[in-house]
Design a protein around this ligand. Structure first.
Ligand SMILES: Nc1ncnc2c1ncn2[C@@H]1O[C@H](COP(=O)(O)OP(=O)(O)OP(=O)(O)O)[C@@H](O)[C@H]1O
Length: 258
């Protein structure tokens, strides 16, 4: 087991059971700052359940989650969000009655500005900082032209980008993305890729669940392959993708023994 990094996100010995089934079964994972880590594996491998444990949507039955070196295992999702962890979901979740700009602004207001600054004894970030974070997120995802549209007018791809913009507006230090390219066209996927690389270059720690092999090969620094609740392989992208147990198809990992 590697030493716990002082920043980014770390999981040690995570277990999450549903009845008699361990959906996550003793997972160790490091999501370091400045890197893109991809989490892959066949349907039912436990990827979303692991995301739930990391983001605080679910409480693990055993193990620990560290955010920037701090044990957050018992903190709920909103408290982790204020400490710098943002997450998107497989099912797109935006507020349809609000505009694109208002949805994005919610991310800026729920993000780490408030509590982290508060803990440091600094004043709350205030409207200008939130506006700046909102504007930047909208610009990066090409949504400025539709910022006054009601979110329910957006097609699926743009809705996905809006969810990403809202997560980004929180100025996270750790960003968990559950199938961020689902529903995106080629141009939107390319935009997503360049935004994620830019965030990594700024020092954000990124973890993404992604089924698109080419996107993972192009973007990820490290790939973690899960099967049946366990980590089957974890290492540099090229090495993992060349491993015969993965063989170019995530689904085949299901049949391989660790
Ligand atoms: N709320 C739940 N109640 C009972 N079993 C669950 C629940 N959520 C997940 N599971 C089970 O846990 C296991 C892991 O599911 P999970 O959704 O985490 O896998 P996944 O890798 O994200 O799959 P997919 O790629 O299809 O999203 C599966 O066997 C699933 O049926």
């Amino acid at each position: 087991m590697s030493a716990a990094p002082t920043s980014g996100l770390t999981a040690r010995g995570l277990v999450r059971r549903f009845g008699g089934i361990a959906a996550v079964d003793g997972v160790d994972l490091d999501v370091p700052p400045g890197r893109i880590t991809a989490l892959v594996g066949p349907n039912g491998a436990g990827k979303s359940t692991l995301f739930d444990c990391l983001s605080g949507v679910a409480r693990p039955d055993a193990g620990r989650v560290l955010l920037a070196g701090r044990d957050v295992t018992r903190l709920p999702d909103h408290a982790r969000a204020r400490l710098g962890l943002a997450r998107t979901f497989q099912q797109i979740a935006v507020f349809p009655g609000l505009t694109v700009g208002e949805n994005t602004r919610l991310g800026a207001e729920q993000g780490r500005g408030g509590t982290v600054r508060g803990l440091l004894g600094l004043p709350a970030p205030g409207a200008p900082a939130a506006r700046e974070a909102t504007d930047r997120a909208l610009r990066l995802f090409g949504l400025d032209a539709v910022r006054d549209w009601s979110a329910d007018r957006l097609p699926t791809g743009a809705l996905r980008l809006l969810e990403l913009a809202r997560a980004l507006a929180a100025s996270p230090r750790v960003l968990l993305l559950d199938e961020p390219a689902a529903g995106l066209d080629l141009a939107q996927t390319a935009r997503l890729g360049s935004v994620l690389r830019a965030l990594a270059a700024e020092g954000v720690a990124l973890l993404l669940v992604e089924h698109d092999v080419e996107l993972v090969a192009r973007l990820a620094d490290t790939v973690c392959v899960m099967a049946r609740g366990r980590v089957l392989l974890n290492g540099p992208t090229a090495e993992v993708l060349a491993d015969p147990r993965v063989a170019g198809a995530w689904g085949e990992a299901a049949g391989a023994e660790p």
